[in-house]
Write a protein that binds this ligand. Structure first.
Ligand SMILES: [Zn+2]
Ligand SMILES: [Zn+2]
Length: 154
């Protein structure tokens, strides 16, 4: 099954509850960085997040952002877009660890996260035939999203 996941305002509340259940601390800075990632329609770079964070926390420094990002990645609340070195929220934060197929629009930088277990299983099968044991996947496709495509044809 392929799931298309979009921004959901309930997410912040959801991760607060997950953190409480896991007994990990969602500090105001970690929460703020997550909110900034959710609020952005496109994938955010660490630099952009730092600039935005400074609006409310003028003393914020790069390590502040990197520590928050590490925490959010570790908890599975966000994904790193490897090919553009930026970050998006994961919209199934509470789900098991998963690999996503990311569709990255080169025009507006919007990223769509797809979860397709059969794709990941196929990759694992192919690797296994070569005696290769996969420990990580980066599955990213670049192109033009639906709304940018309709902009062009307008
Ligand atoms: Zn995800
Ligand atoms: Zn686009």
């Amino acid at each position: 099954m392929v799931m298309v996941i979009n921004l959901d305002q309930q997410l912040v509340k959801q991760i607060e509850e997950i953190c409480a259940a896991r007994g990990v601390r969602l500090t105001p800075q970690r929460k703020r960085v997550f909110e900034l990632i959710c609020a952005s329609l496109k994938a955010s770079s660490a630099y952009e997040l730092l600039e935005q964070l400074k609006a409310t926390e003028p003393q914020a420094k790069p390590p502040t952002v990197y520590r928050a990002l590490d925490f959010l990645l570790e908890q599975g609340f966000i994904h790193r877009v490897e090919s553009t070195n930026s970050f998006i929220q994961c919209c199934s934060c509470n789900a098991h660890k998963h690999y996503s197929h990311l569709l990255i629009c080169d025009k507006c930088s919007n990223v769509i996260e797809l979860q397709d277990d059969s794709l990941v299983a196929l990759l694992a099968d192919n690797a296994e035939k070569h005696g290769f044991n996969i420990t990580n996947h980066v599955i990213e496709s670049h192109g033009v999203c639906q709304s940018c495509t309709s902009e062009i044809t307008k």
